[in-house]
Design a binder for this molecule. Structure first.
Ligand SMILES: [Zn+2]
Length: 181
């Protein structure tokens, strides 16, 4: 029995790659509907107005829109320069050494029309992934905003309590001082 791994394309061959590509689009923020502000109703019915975190990145102010990447894979000609074998998995590279963009055989075609079909199949997948990423980001930011309101609300209460306790202690100190004079 002989174990052989078929090599689908030869080194030096120029083929079509379902090449990576994307465009950017700006959508109205799904969380604040472009208003940049949200109202959070706490468990006790208290309403808190806060800047929308879903359409802000880091410490930047809310923008009212979110950036979405739209997959635009199109056939690109590539000349295969090297091959890398990991287990039974083949990966091609354009350069002489395996570095740079990984070219998977399932994304390589001798026929441009076939490659276009692959691109047309991959683009919606990438868009669905991007959609899921945006939803995950929104849920994450939603959790952080709620946590923030809860955290700072509790912090204010703690500080108020501590201030009251500190004032009471100070009052006691003054009383003692007066009584010792
Ligand atoms: Zn927003």
């Amino acid at each position: 029995m002989s174990a052989t791994i078929p090599i689908p394309f030869a080194i030096g061959e120029t083929v079509w790659h379902a090449g990576y590509g994307s465009t950017e689009t700006f959508d109205e923020c799904p969380e604040c509907a472009g208003t940049k502000t949200l109202t959070l109703i706490q468990g006790n019915g208290e309403r808190v107005s806060l800047a929308c975190a879903c359409c802000s990145s880091g410490y930047d102010p809310s923008r009212g829109y979110v950036k979405r990447s739209v997959s635009a894979r199109t056939p690109h000609p590539v000349t295969l320069g090297s091959i890398s074998l990991r287990g039974a998995e083949i990966t091609y590279f354009e350069g002489e050494y395996p570095s740079g963009t990984c070219l998977n055989p399932q994304d390589l075609f001798r026929d441009q029309a076939e490659c276009q079909k692959r691109c047309d199949a991959l683009n919606p997948d990438a868009d669905a992934q991007e959609h899921n990423r945006l939803i995950a980001n929104m849920m994450d930011k939603r959790g952080k905003m709620a946590w923030s309101v809860h955290y700072w609300g509790r912090k204010v209460k703690d500080l108020e309590r501590n201030l009251k306790a500190a004032r009471a202690r100070l009052g006691l100190c003054k009383e003692r001082k007066e009584s010792t004079q």
